[in-house]
Design a protein. Structure first.
Length: 313
């Protein structure tokens, strides 16, 4: 693990293999239950509650002590990112860092903004939503993380995410269609997720304070397949999800491999569709001809179309 304070980046060995990278592309999240040390979790709670003294490891250029104090008091207390114990114990926690390095390549940019989503419980569930800044597409230039510093059982309203909801804006089934997943877990649980995943605050029934911090890691390197590669991995037989999901998940995976512009779909039962009962590999893998998934839909995120079809670099 290397941490470069000046460049505000880290690097380490990737820890995900192709199937796990595809799992992220398909489901939109990876969960790391209880990975942060108890001592760090305790300090995070005290820091957020105001009972721990601020000890920034450095003062960013152009900022003053007064700036740091003002920022700490807001709902975006980003000066916690300057605390050594938070950098080492949370941002660079080995399981999370290895996964993020796998998804974002070498020289991962560390977060510059943190959102404090702490709530006093009990409280009703929030509305299912996509964040207002969501942009849908095959590129993965950053990933978002939720960090829960205290034990967060279902009674304390952990954030819920809707599996495979990150490729298009859609309405959640209020009755539950089996794809809602809770972030419930022991203290120190981190959920690394695609930023465009649909989510909500879970309903809570217990009394207490549910703290949660949200922040993003950023890509600095062009995408390439430099995570763990196993000899028995066959991209034609990987699980990209059901038909409607697979075409998008495989496109994200192709982009991560540095082949986003070459990605084409032949449709039907062709790759990336895969059925365990088929007698041979699907047709259409790495086809030079075919279609590009329609990521833009009705374009309701207000961002412009790429200048040419397939221009996803
Ligand atoms: Fe949100």
């Amino acid at each position: 693990m290397t941490y470069d304070q000046g460049a505000w980046q880290f690097d380490c060995e990737p820890t995900l293999d192709d199937d796990q990278v595809i799992q992220f592309c398909r489901d939109g999240y990876l969960t790391f239950p209880g990975v942060v040390d108890a001592e760090v979790n305790q300090r995070a709670c005290e820091w957020l509650d105001g009972s721990a003294t601020a000890e920034p490891s450095f003062v960013p250029a152009g900022m003053s002590q007064a700036d740091l104090e003002r920022i700490r008091a807001t709902h975006e207390p980003s000066t916690i990112l300057l605390e050594n114990w938070f950098i080492r114990g949370v941002l660079l926690e080995s399981a999370v860092a290895g996964a993020v390095r796998s998804l974002l390549g070498a020289g991962v940019g560390l977060p510059v903004l943190v959102s404090d989503h702490s709530v006093d419980c009990p409280a009703p569930a929030g509305e299912w939503h996509y964040d207002a800044d969501a942009v849908f597409g095959p590129e993965l230039r950053f990933v978002e993380a939720f960090y829960f510093p205290q034990d967060t059982p279902p009674e304390l309203g952990p954030t819920e995410v809707l599996t495979s909801s990150h490729y298009e804006r859609r309405r959640a089934d209020p009755e539950g269609d089996g794809t809602a997943v809770t972030s419930a877990g022991p203290a120190g649980t981190i959920v690394v997720h695609h930023q465009t995943i649909q989510h909500r605050k879970g309903a809570s029934s217990a009394a207490g304070r549910r703290r949660m911090l949200k922040y993003s890691y950023w890509r600095s390197a062009p995408p390439q397949r430099d995570w763990i590669q196993r000899a028995d991995f066959d991209p034609r037989r990987a699980d990209y999800g059901v038909y409607s999901v697979a075409r998008y998940a495989a496109h994200i995976y192709a982009w991560l491999c540095g082949r986003g512009d070459d990605y084409r779909l032949v449709g039907g039962q062709g790759w990336p569709a895969y059925d365990i009962d088929q007698a041979g590999p699907a047709y259409g893998y790495a086809s030079a001809a075919g279609y590009v998934p329609d990521w833009r839909k009705d374009n309701d995120d207000d961002y412009a179309q790429p200048t040419r079809v397939g221009d996803y670099r």
